[in-house]
Design a protein around this ligand. Structure first.
Ligand code: SF4
Length: 345
């Protein structure tokens, strides 16, 4: 169990990452801050291209440089800046103290190696001196831990012999092999059908309670994180738009983009004939960003200032929001937004 659930394990500070392309510089992540406490689940939510995966890949040194460039920032893991570590230093931490699972297990699993050997290799990389037989025995236990039936048979199989849901469980087993303090799950359920999705989310939740692992869950679907996340960071166009406790984000969103994402989540009680309420328009190009709030062209509450100048963060208890509505001069517009939220509820 966590020693101190309030202890900050990971802190991303003022992170900016760009990609240099033939068309110009793509500002994928812009002055992003977030932190992860020991034993908590932090969900990072946003549409594709919002910078959520780019921000978290940088934690494990997975930013391709070039074309990528870390323009500024720090990623502090227990006080140590991961951006300053060389490959050897980073490889000591990645896979043992911080590990990651991806959307498509087939791209991470080696199709030519048996499952058991792949898990055993991960264990031996970080726990030198252990025999192969011992590691295979542990691989069987790990498969059992992630809910795979007949693990003694499964260790001898190749990835293509397993279903998509089972392959994702194998990836989780590999990620948990060295009992990391942080597990980063990047869209772990997107490629799976709805029933398997909820099984995988339940499994991640169980691992969190059993081992006290802190989890960063990256998803485009706010509906996925309801029962698992402690806090939610909402990203848009490379920036954090809102951050807050899960209940606050769900029941009292303060940013028009968060409110729009929530309206797009189908409720259990919605009848299937009803049209899904998507957010109008498309995210901006990150190539030539215009001044002002990046959500302005899609926002029903946009004011003149929104297109001219970026807002500042407005803080309230555990929440922060990047929006002009919380400026004293915007009280009337804020009241309209609040009134609209009441009508949606
Ligand atoms: Fe809408 Fe303006 Fe707030 Fe941006 S700053 S979300 S445009 S109200």
């Amino acid at each position: 169990m966590p020693k101190n659930s309030q202890e900050t394990l990971l802190e991303v500070r003022n992170l900016s990452i760009s990609f240099h392309t033939y068309e110009g510089e793509v500002a994928a992540v812009r002055n992003v801050d977030f932190s992860l406490r020991r034993g908590e689940v932090l969900a990072i939510v946003g549409e594709s291209g919002c910078g959520k995966s780019v921000s978290t890949q940088a934690i494990l040194g997975l930013t391709p440089i070039p074309p990528g460039e870390i323009k500024s920032g720090q990623i502090l893991f227990k006080g140590q800046d991961l951006l300053k570590l060389d490959d050897v230093g980073l490889s000591r931490i990645c896979g043992s103290q911080i590990s990651m699972i991806f959307q498509d297990p087939m791209t991470s699993l080696n199709p030519t190696m048996k499952i058991g050997n792949q898990i055993a290799e991960i264990i031996r990389q970080h726990q030198k001196g252990r025999s192969k037989r011992d590691c295979i025995r542990e691989a069987v236990e790990l498969l059992r831990l992630v809910g795979i039936a007949e693990p003694e048979t499964r260790v001898k199989q190749y990835p293509h012999e397993l279903s998509g849901g089972m392959r994702q469980r194998v990836m989780i087993a590999m990620a948990m092999a060295n009992r990391p303090e942080i597990l980063i799950a990047d869209e772990p359920t997107t490629a799976l059908d709805v029933t398997i999705q909820s099984q995988i989310i339940r499994l991640i939740k169980e691992l969190k309670s059993r081992f006290g692992t802190a989890i960063i869950l990256i998803t485009h679907d706010l509906g996925v994180v309801a029962g698992i996340a402690d806090r939610i960071v909402v990203m848009y166009a490379g920036k954090v738009m809102e951050e807050g406790l899960t209940d606050q984000i769900y029941y009292a969103p303060r940013h028009p983009y968060t409110a729009g994402l929530l309206r797009a989540v189908p409720a259990m009680t919605d009848d299937s004939e009803k049209e899904l309420r998507t957010i109008k328009g498309v995210p901006p190009s990150l190539l030539n960003l215009t001044p002002g709030c990046p959500f302005a062209p899609r926002c029903d509450y946009a004011m003149k200032v929104c297109a001219l100048q970026e807002p500042e963060y407005h803080y309230q208890a555990e929440n922060r929001v990047f929006c002009w509505l919380y400026d004293q001069r915007a009280a009337e517009q804020l009241a309209k937004f609040e009134g609209m939220k009441d009508r949606w509820a």
